[in-house]
Design a protein around this ligand. Structure first.
Ligand code: IFM
Length: 459
């Protein structure tokens, strides 16, 4: 008789003892209360209201109403066993004019958030900028204006002074690649610009904002752990041909090296700088030194990989045409509802490469998760695919630790279903289902899986 081998269960104890177990969200995606208590519009409030920009005309006006429900949301988070929570702050809630006059009610909200987490034994990890630039700053040029990097320093100064006595884990930016390229290159995110050179300029000012804010965090919170969150897409060649290998290297430059290299003190990659030519950003003496401010940790958001093949280089302002590659859509591979390939090996590969190439002191996986078409049956969501996604990526993380990656924590994206940017509420990433009509929360199978895993019990 054939023996059916059961896959050994993944155990929490297989991870290092002080591993950080968290879940993540972002301000505009969950808070709601868009017009309450002095908050001014962000670029996402404005973008979401432009016809055709967000599916079904959805906006973050109410979202998960977390602004009013954070106490019960954190009770739920605590009951699932997480010991850390990554959230972001809304700049326009605390500085409605982008700089200058402080909205104390906005600051008080984040003060309450931090206390509510600490009271439950959940360590807060904050991101200062998760894409919701105050609209007033957009009106003076947004990330295309170098002054916005200075305004970010003022905002950092305000929040680190206000909360740094209790809040120790700080990230400057979330995924500057997205703010820059999706927001300024292809225009599918706020502020909706479509100019490749502008996207590179925005990327530079974002990185500058990060570099200038790091010393302020250190000055105001001497025992802070401070870093930045990037979103690598490991790139694989479609074949072993030298053309495809070279194309993959160039694509890796656009996706990954353009951000990792300067942040880790290597400056912008020379091959890309040459290839971008007239589209390359304007930078000033000393910028690269600032951007290279030492990090306590690097945050990695991992979802999927990219596969590319060589294509003719064309003098058109689209990065892949300019760099001579095409994206491949592989057949017969598992995919999420976003159509992103499920490829856990990419996480292992990237973590190991990151350690070897950039030698970070510490790595956190600050996001990892998947969207599937959840079905509500008898008030339950049996999202087994999402559970499998989490399990596979945790195993991939463990593999990377075994190969030397200094990985110290994992934050699942996301705690709640939420406003998924241009996709509105259609794409759900939560381990907790949110009924956006009633605001009822229902923990999905994946959330219950985490609860059992973290509590070292069987489900
Ligand atoms: O929802 C986003 C998040 O805001 C940034 N990283 C990717 C997630 C899923 O698309």
């Amino acid at each position: 008789m054939t023996q059916v081998k059961e896959k050994p269960a993944l155990l929490r104890q297989a991870f290092p003892k002080n591993f950080v177990w968290g879940t993540a969200t972002a301000s505009y995606q969950i808070e709601g209360a868009a017009n309450l208590e002095g908050r001014s519009p962000s670029i996402w409030d404005v973008f979401a209201k432009m016809p055709g920009k967000v599916k079904n005309g959805d906006t973050g006006d109410v979202a998960c109403d977390h602004y009013h429900r954070y106490e019960s949301d954190f009770d739920l988070m605590q009951s699932l066993g997480f010991n850390a929570y990554r959230f972001s702050m809304s700049w326009s809630r605390v500085l409605p004019n982008g700089r200058g006059q402080v909205n104390q009610k906005g600051v008080a909200f984040y003060d309450r958030i931090v206390d509510a987490l600490l009271a439950r034994g959940i360590e807060p990890y904050v991101t200062l900028y998760h894409w919701d630039l105050p609209q007033v700053l957009e009106e003076t040029g947004g990330w295309l204006n170098r002054d916005t990097a200075d305004a970010f320093v003022e905002y950092t100064d305000l929040m680190t002074n206000a909360l740094g006595d209790r809040l120790k884990n700080w990230a400057t930016l979330n995924e500057p690649w997205c703010s820059a390229f999706l927001g300024h290159g292809v225009g599918i995110h706020a502020p909706g610009k479509t100019d490749f050179a502008a996207s590179l300029q925005a990327a530079h000012h974002l990185l500058l904002a990060h570099g200038q804010a790091m010393p302020i965090i250190r000055q105001n919170v001497p025992d802070a752990s401070a870093g930045i969150v990037l979103n690598p897409a490991p790139v694989y060649p479609a074949s072993d041909s030298s053309e495809d290998l070279a194309a993959a290297h160039r694509a890796d430059g656009f996706q990954n090296r353009w951000y990792f290299d300067p942040v880790f003190g290597k400056g912008y990659p020379e091959d890309l700088w040459q290839a971008y030519g007239k589209h390359a950003p304007k930078i000033q003496d000393g910028d690269l030194e600032k951007i290279a401010a030492p990090l306590d940790y690097i945050g990695i958001n991992y979802y999927s990989r990219t596969v590319v093949k060589a294509a003719p280089i064309q003098d058109t302002p689209f990065p892949w045409a300019l760099l001579g590659y095409e994206h491949m859509q592989l057949e017969n591979v598992p995919r999420t509802f976003f159509d992103w390939e499920v490829y856990p090996q990419g996480l292992t590969d990237f973590l190991v490469r990151l350690q070897n190439e950039y030698q970070p002191k510490s790595i956190l996986i600050t996001e990892n998760g998947a969207t599937y078409q959840d079905q509500l049956h008898n008030s339950q969501i049996n999202d087994l695919e999402r559970t499998a996604y989490f399990e596979q990526h945790l195993s991939a993380s463990l593999k990377a630790i075994g190969q030397g990656a200094k990985l110290h924590g994992y934050f699942a994206w996301s705690f709640l279903d939420n406003f998924e940017w241009a996709e509105g509420y259609e794409k759900r990433f939560g381990m907790t289902y949110v009924d956006f009509q009633t605001q009822k929360r229902i923990v999905k199978h994946s959330g219950r899986w985490f609860q059992a895993f973290l509590g070292e019990k069987s489900l």
